[in-house]
Write a protein that binds this ligand. Structure first.
Ligand code: HEC
Length: 199
């Protein structure tokens, strides 16, 4: 008889199920202007009062070290362009903004304040959903583990894959509970005495 324990069996399937592709897409060209031309201007006109030690108004421009941080600071850019446009920043007595610099700062900050980053790897997608294997993934895994050809649909009543939006492996379409049940059924098929519990 086959002597795999169920936890190990489920563990292997869960591990395989959670392999997800990663990799950040490049930051948009317009945002990249930050490190080449915006950051130097902040250094010239603003950083004196908005740095790690002196954070006037709770604002620290020294902490925005690169494009990928700049991209996440929409609220800050919104407050900044309003203060610059109104002439409040830089305040009286500080080095005044050259008109061309003022224009470029405000234009870029407005853009950055509106910018929506479409790269899912930089957005917070919330907690990741555990997903079951697709039928095909499941069949191949059982074949690898136990060495017999397996049709999860007919053998253990594995539900159809969601088929959402042309992908068969979307987490939302692959319910884990149904999957756990079918894993138990597969274990039964392999001669193991196990029961399914949701607790
Ligand atoms: C000489 C010092 C000084 C310089 C230079 C300076 N600031 Fe400020 N900044 C302050 C002080 C003081 C405050 C807090 C009081 C206030 O809100 O007016 C402040 C507040 C702010 C705030 C917070 C406003 C809010 O909504 O709470 C922003 C945004 C800001 N500054 C942007 C800038 C920008 C952009 C520059 C450069 C173009 C700049 N500051 C240059 C002194 C400075």
């Amino acid at each position: 008889m086959i002597r795999y324990t169920l936890p190990a069996f489920v563990g292997v399937l869960v591990l395989i199920a959670q392999r997800q592709p990663t990799g950040a897409a490049p930051v948009a060209e317009e945002i990249k202007v930050f490190s080449t031309s915006i950051q130097p201007m902040l250094k010239t006109y603003c950083i004196k009062c908005h740095n790690n030690d002196t954070q006037e108004g709770g604002v620290n421009y020294a902490a925005i070290r690169d494009d990928s941080i700049a991209i996440t600071k929409r609220g800050l850019w919104k407050r900044a362009f309003k203060r610059i446009e109104s002439g409040e920043m830089p305040p009286e007595g500080a080095k005044p903004l050259a008109p061309a610099d003022k224009e470029s700062l405000v234009r870029w900050m407005k853009f950055a304040a509106e910018y929506v980053d479409c790269d899912p790897s930089r957005r917070d997608p919330g907690p990741s959903i555990a997903r079951r294997l697709t039928r095909t993934e499941y069949n191949l895994t059982v074949r690898d583990l136990f060495g017999f050809p397996f049709d999860s649909g007919s053998a253990v009543g594995m539900p159809e894959d969601g088929g959402g939006e042309h992908f068969d492996n979307l987490a939302a379409d692959l319910s884990f509970e149904e999957y756990a049940r079918s894993v138990v059924n597969a274990a039964h098929a392999a001669g193991m005495d196990v029961r399914f519990s949701t607790r």
